[in-house]
Ligand binder design. Structure first.
Ligand code: FAD
Length: 401
């Protein structure tokens, strides 16, 4: 790939020369030209207000200028099953709304299913300006091939600059297939998204290197910029029932010759802790000392009408099941109150709970990192603090049910 300048459009403003980090742009007779120290970083293309700079795609062998500027708008791919929109879709609309507003573009949602009922209206209430609705019997169950094919057709048709997809089983299966077909990049499992206002580019932020750093990833040379986002990492907007938007039904070709076929769909009930829905979570860490002391955390959760969370240490130690684990390799939660009892606050744990409204930490080490994210901190022995707290709350609110 290399950069190319359209002399007709170049007005000689020299903005590209100022932005070029490699000093690869020169001017002759008030027209820009590029010398061979160019690294194809595309900064010049983003800086040019006259569309005079583009890219030549080497792999096609033809002078195909990738018109990245033709890509506009933010998209959220909805996850819709059995008449229900997944929570992560509503959360992505909340984040997508902010991104679209900072870019000054519209926010659209895609919904695919057999009969999507009133879902499009709901997506508008949660922030979408436009909903592209595709209904077809073959879209009833999730089939990687069919859903990806239809989604890719829509992207090619409407050219969004940003596409957000939930990092769920559905999204994790569809997004890489779609990105590969669209010949663009994909950042998986983002926990935060921002706009680089200088370059109008999506900053895709996610834990990396075992969670030891937060990496910011960009997709400067391809469109759309695609990211999957963890459930609960973003916040849904309050629905606005009066909100108006457009619902479009694009004509797409739903493929019928596919390798994957759904033979049967079995719904099985499994015992899960509903950490994601809970308003109050009381989480236990290794500071509890032993499995037997977990009873204190369970009692406090019961008094507060909450559920029990856990650090990975005690899940790995077999004190409690994985469905309780909060953090990078567990669940991302957003309760109103999060109690961290005997938890150090390792970055991998914080990755799952820092969006909680109020964090209350109990730890005997005043230097424990958990206190940095806590609104209230109690420095003390968890085995003394918890019984005192439970007794006090019980005396105020009545006995444990
Ligand atoms: P510790 O780090 O041992 O902390 C115990 C804390 O209890 C200390 O701060 C100590 O001061 C305090 N304490 C001790 N005794 C008392 C007492 N009597 N009273 C009060 N306080 C006391 N971790 C997660 O939680 N979730 C994840 O999803 C996760 N994913 C990971 C993914 C990767 C790739 C890796 C490498 C690690 C991951 N971890 C995860 C592990 C993480 O790095 C930490 O090891 C773990 O969170 C520590 O758990 P802890 O805070 O319970 O234990």
């Amino acid at each position: 790939m290399s950069m190319s300048i359209n002399i007709e459009k170049c007005v000689g403003c020299k903005l590209c020369m100022k932005k070029c980090p490699s000093g690869a742009i020169r001017f002759k007779e008030n027209k820009a030209f590029i010398i061979d120290r160019c690294t194809s970083c595309s900064m010049c293309m983003y800086s040019c207000k006259f569309g005079a700079i583009g890219r030549i795609e080497a792999e096609t062998g033809v002078e195909a200028l990738t018109d990245m500027l033709a890509y506009k708008g933010v998209w959220v791919l909805s996850e819709y099953k059995a008449g229900t929109i997944a929570d992560v879709t509503l959360e992505l609309l909340g984040s997508g709304r902010q991104l679209a507003d900072s870019l000054g573009v519209s926010l659209s949602a895609i919904i695919m299913g057999e009969d999507t009922g009133e879902a499009a209206k709901t997506l508008i209430e949660y922030g979408a300006d436009t909903v592209y609705e595709v209904e077809h019997p073959s879209l009833k169950c999730f089939n990687d091939e069919i859903h990806t094919d239809v989604f890719v057709q829509l992207v090619r048709m409407y050219k969004p600059e940003i596409v957000l997809i939930g990092a769920t089983v559905y999204g994790k299966s569809l997004a890489p297939r779609a990105a590969s077909k669209l010949n663009t990049g994909l950042t998986a499992d983002c926990t935060s998204l921002e706009i680089d206002s200088e370059r109008n580019m999506l900053l895709q932020i996610r834990p990396a290197f075992g969670g030891n750093i937060m990496a910011t990833i960009i997709c400067p040379n391809r469109r759309p910029q695609m990211a999957t986002v963890r459930p609960k990492a973003m916040k849904a907007l309050e629905p606005d029932r009066a909100r108006k938007g457009s619902i479009l039904r694009p004509v797409v070709k739903v493929p019928c010759e596919v390798k994957l076929k759904t033979i049967d769909s079995i719904t099985r009930r499994i015992e899960m802790t509903n950490l994601k829905e809970a308003d109050v979570i009381v989480s236990a860490g290794r500071g509890l000392g032993s499995y037997q002391n977990l009873g204190l955390v369970k009692d406090l959760a019961r008094v507060l009408g909450g559920v029990v969370g856990a650090s990975r240490s005690i899940v790995d130690a077999g004190w409690i099941g994985y469905s309780h684990q909060v953090g990078q390799t567990g669940k991302t939660v957003r309760p109103k109150v999060y109690f961290a009892c005997g938890i150090s606050g390792a970055i991998q744990h914080l990755a799952g709970m820092t969006s909680s409204e109020t964090v209350i930490a109990i730890n005997n080490d005043p230097e424990a990192p958990i206190f940095k994210v806590a609104k209230f901190g109690i420095v003390g022995d968890v085995l003394e603090v918890l019984p005192a707290l439970i007794t006090e709350l019980k005396s105020r609110w009545g006995s444990i049910t």
